[in-house]
Write a protein that binds this ligand. Sequence first.
Ligand code: ARG
Ligand code: MN
Length: 279
Amino acid sequence: MNAVRRILQQHRPAKRVFARLLSDQSTCRVGVVGVPFEKGQRNTGVSRGPEVLRAAGVIQDLSSFGCDVKDYGDVKYEVVPAGKQLSNMREYDDFAACMEKVSSSVKQVLSDGRLCLSLGGDHSMGVGTIDGHYQAKGDLAVLWIDAHADINTSATSPTGNLHGMPVALLVKELADYWPYLPNMDWQVPMLSIKNIAYIGLRSVDEYERLILEKFGVTAYAMEDVERLGVHEVTQRALEAINPNGERSLHVSFDIDSLDPLEAPSTGTTGVSQLQIITP
Ligand SMILES: NC(=[NH2+])NCCC[C@H](N)C(=O)O
Ligand SMILES: [Mn+2]
């Protein structure tokens, strides 16, 4: 745990940014949900994310910014076997069971009148967090900050890893491209692909690129962030997906969007990625 503390020491600037943002809200009420899930990809240790972030003081930090924080604990699930092998979707049974619980926990937090901070885990958790958010708030705008588009279907995925598929499961425009998914009847794709903006893309698969082009998805790659700056890119992204500010905003942040110098322990590192800059 000392290593985690050391890394956070180095990241005081990031904490200052959060503190400034949150102090603007006089009543900042937050609910924290842990999603210790790792079966959307192949590395072990990923599911320790919530435990490590809690041990590093995420709850205390939010409280010290003046937020009223309630920890809803970690999501637990029981597997109900689908009874058939789903092609090119590894660990499907665990995924379906876990995401149903994530969705209901996120919905609960939001219904309690709190902002929801969900800690992972792997990025397949976006299926649960966005579904729950949608159920509580209706029409959403999604900022997906990630080196990857995570918009493969089981037919296009080069790996069969579910962490590369969450966006394709969530958007209604791709609903017809999936087979019937047992134990996922609770999840109806409701999000419009037009209301998603990507920031930080660096590694997009061939078919993912086709999908992004076909639907004209708002996407800013790392080169755009380098050229325009992160403020301008974020502004443009929000204008595209939430021009009147009336949609509830969901931010899904994948740590592999950060430069490995900032976050070396992700499964999918690359060069030239987002950096934390002292404000
Ligand atoms: N959330 C992530 N790290 N996703 C990486 C996905 C990599 C690749 N596109 C795949 O489908 O497997
Ligand atoms: Mn991702």
